[in-house]
Design a protein around this ligand. Sequence first.
Ligand SMILES: C[S@@+](CC[C@H](N)C(=O)[O-])C[C@H]1O[C@@H](n2cnc3c(N)ncnc32)[C@H](O)[C@@H]1O
Length: 274
Amino acid sequence: MKADGRQKLIELLRKTIYELTGNYYPDERMKILEYKLERLLKNLNISMEDPEGVISYFLETLEKRKLLIDLMTVPETRFFREKEQLDVLFDEALKGKLSLNMASVGCSTGQEPYTLAMMMAKRGISGKVFGMDINEEVLKKAREGVYKASELKDIPEEYREYVVAEKDTLKIKEDIKNRVEFRQINLVDPATFKPFACSFDVVLCRNVLIYFDKTSKRVALTNLSGILKKEGLLVISSTEILSRDYYDLFEPVKFERFFFYKKKENKNDKGLNC
Ligand SMILES: C[S@@+](CC[C@H](N)C(=O)[O-])C[C@H]1O[C@@H](n2cnc3c(N)ncnc32)[C@H](O)[C@@H]1O
């Protein structure tokens, strides 16, 4: 394929993924995407020669759109990721809570929402955890609750009562699975969040917004604010920061060395207030 045709395909792909998901791919990350796209098109027997044709193919049906979303997904996650942050969340920020409704947005294959459910069970806290993601493929895996046996190493000893470790697999026990539900949402599509307005005490959205630009991040954060209850907490990764640009939506609150973000009432938008 000619260099200018390839460049055109890359630009169209970048624009389409951004419009569909809010994820902005800078040049260095485009390389990986280009490689994945090339393999997918080969499998589908589609020529790369016609950039517009390739993009229209993916936009034709919901099923085909899913292929594109699966292509761009960075599914990396693990049980008890940043455990120290989660311990401070439960034992300091949420101290004394007997019931909680939590969401893990951008939950990938489910390790994060199951971690939250185990932490709630351990502390005798009732309530539900919703795992949410744009990608149906990762959600399918999450609903199964079956992982590789090697992931047992990520689960601290005191939480291993909630899983069954077999020779090759690690299964989440039914009482933990029953606490978790999975839903497909899109961080940049407010309609997908409507059923959850003012529903959650805590929303985790860790290692997701790092792939968004300023504009799509604002849309996503507005949607996350909308699903939090009054004064509910947003948790991002401790390696991320929420800049002052978003202090109209959230106010930082510090517990030990961690910042969490408390939902602010929004004077201009009645829809965000609970
Ligand atoms: C790196 S994983 C983070 C998993 C987990 N939160 C953690 O920290 O371990 C990022 C996830 O965000 C999801 N994601 C990306 N764009 C999204 C969007 N617009 N709406 C919802 N989920 C999205 C991806 O599908 C992927 O599963």
